[in-house]
Design a protein. Structure first.
Length: 215
């Protein structure tokens, strides 16, 4: 599993970035974000099971820092469980740390203006590092990720926004299928694909009235 030291170092970098940005903006620039949702498998997995190993097993925790009114960066911790049944013995558990670039596409479309600063749209792309473990084995493998997604937002208050996220994830050099079986007896790798559909809350941090998402 990914060590606590790596978690701490990863978020410490983002916090230092925020400290440097505070003096440069009259807007709040940081949001703490958490979501829960669906982990969907695309490939690979064996067809002998009556399951596609998908389910409501995605959890995402992120810290986003906007360096301008449109551009920002997000550090995230993500877990996905791919199981033949809820709590089933076949499948894999994936834990990921990631960093993504976020762009406020909603402002290009004028959504905050049209909807009185109540509706927004972010798009994002980035990479990740995943540790994957088959449920019935003590083996771990390390996988690189490419992530792309879209995040609609609804502002509830000046400090809280409701959001949904749809992300598509490419897993490079995946040696185990999503059912937990070895892809190739010669230990050759393949490219894996899955997606997340989640819903959650953004908590805007800072003492200013407005956050960069909406101003």
């Amino acid at each position: 599993m990914i060590t606590n030291k790596k978690y701490i170092s990863f978020f410490f970098f983002v916090l230092l970035l925020n400290i440097n940005l505070k003096a440069q903006s009259k807007l709040n620039t940081v949001s703490l974000e958490s979501s829960y949702g669906y982990s969907g498998v695309i490939s690979p997995y064996l067809g002998q099971y009556k399951s596609d190993f998908s389910g409501l097993t995605n959890f995402n925790l992120g810290l986003r820092v906007m360096i301008s009114e449109k551009l920002g960066f997000r550090a995230e911790l993500v877990t996905d469980k791919f199981e033949n049944d809820p709590g089933g013995k076949f499948g894999v558990i994936m834990s990921r740390i990631g960093a993504q670039v976020y762009y406020n596409l909603g402002k290009d479309f004028g959504l905050p203006y049209i909807f009185n600063e109540n509706l927004g749209l972010l798009v994002h792309v980035g990479g990740g590092y995943t540790v994957s473990r088959p449920k019935f084995a003590s083996i771990h493998e390390k996988i690189g990720n490419i992530i792309i997604g879209v995040t609609p937002q609804v502002k509830l208050t000046e400090k809280i926004a409701l959001f949904s996220d749809i992300s598509y994830i490419v897993n490079t050099k995946q040696h185990y299928r999503f059912d937990g079986s070895l892809y190739n007896q010669n230990v050759e790798s393949t490219t894996g694909f899955h997606y997340n559909i989640s819903i959650g809350l953004m908590f805007y941090l800072g003492g200013n009235r407005h956050h960069a998402d909406w101003y």
